[in-house]
Design a protein around this ligand. Sequence first.
Ligand code: S3P
Length: 447
Amino acid sequence: MSASIAPLKLIARPVGRLEGRVRAPGDKSVSHRALMFGALALGETVVTGLLQGDDVLGTAAALRALGAQVSRDDDVWRIRGFGVGGGCEPEQVLDLGNSGTSARLLAGILASHPFTSFMTGDDSLRRRPMQRVIEPLSRMGARFQSRDGGRMPLAIVGTDEMVPIEYELPVASAQVKSCILLAGLNTAGETTVIEPAATRDHTERMLRHFGAEVRVSAVEGAPGKRITVVGWPELRAQEITVPGDPSSAAFAVVAACIRPGSDILIENVGVNPLRTGLFTTLKEMGANLTFHNARELGGEPVADLHVKGGGLKGVDVPPERAPTMIDEYPILSVAAAYAQGATQMRGLAELRAKESDRLSSVAAGLAANGVRYEMGVDSLTVHGTGATPAGGGVVATHLDHRIAMSFLVLGLGTREPVAVDDGSPIDTSFPGFAALMNGLGAKIGPT
Ligand code: S3P
């Protein structure tokens, strides 16, 4: 998976209004979890709407290496699980490509099995911090060898005699929370995670759906939650329908917002309140964005999003909103470039630990396209003037899908086209991105 492929330069040209009706691809977070819980359950789990992105395919391959039977027939995926603690030793190094979610969540599963396993990833993933999972899993009894600074490749010496812990997360991270809860499944007693701020709760929702006992309570005087999983549950196979990914829908939403006269409908988007910070922010900016046909799908709230273009103004985004829109700051920065007035974003330290140092990648992309900004250690202010941004830049994506997609959206309204040096990482989360956007009236393609 991590073999280098030739970079794919893409360009977006300015267009008029966007129009049409589309469906966002399956939610990446929910897709990873559906496969993993299917593997940890007994019986056959059937998943529809799964994201067919490289990241999720990497998780499927790793689970196969652990002994799960994972097959696909068109849009229907079937997983015959090995049960909690029932995985077998992978023969090969697990290559998780670009996917931090695969690496961190699987680390929890691997560490709670009595064998040694190895994982690696692409240039981006090998730079990302793994100490944040090594630390709690070591307290539970696993041992690790990593490169300096807790970077991958990683050797995980697991155990099936883990001790339950109560662990306060130093950073608000759904990946780390999920990693510990997954390890807690094959641990006697109760494993508890305390988060400093509430992060996406797909793991908790899905664990319950599969039959585990999960208790969630508020933390007194703090915004976070306390989550406890009871070890050794018998997880039972389920049918799961994966909702559309709000983080992918975000690109079409912002594209419509920045092209006056646009009118689009995105069907079937997950609107879990711990994921919708961008939509809240866009509404505060004056976007004409409405939710319709709200319903539940596989334990997650979904809705159709109707967006009409035009009329954005700058706002101050509160730092406490960051966990609910952590992946959306690049595309929000694009919206801000088209707004009238400054948009201030704070509490962004975690952006530096994503697929790229996203704060620096966004800043460089804005600079290359004539958009004024100020960057701090954990903040970014984008100065929109209401005038058309210049464009004309070539943006370095640094193996970061969201940087690629965000700056291609920027180019739909700039004076000059905007190019990205490598659009191939888009396939990690949003295969068919250019086709979907072009179906709405965008002009995105190879240079
Ligand atoms: C994810 C959690 C977030 C997010 C990532 C997916 C998940 O990462 O950025 O794209 O599925 O749990 P962190 O936990 O590092 O914030």
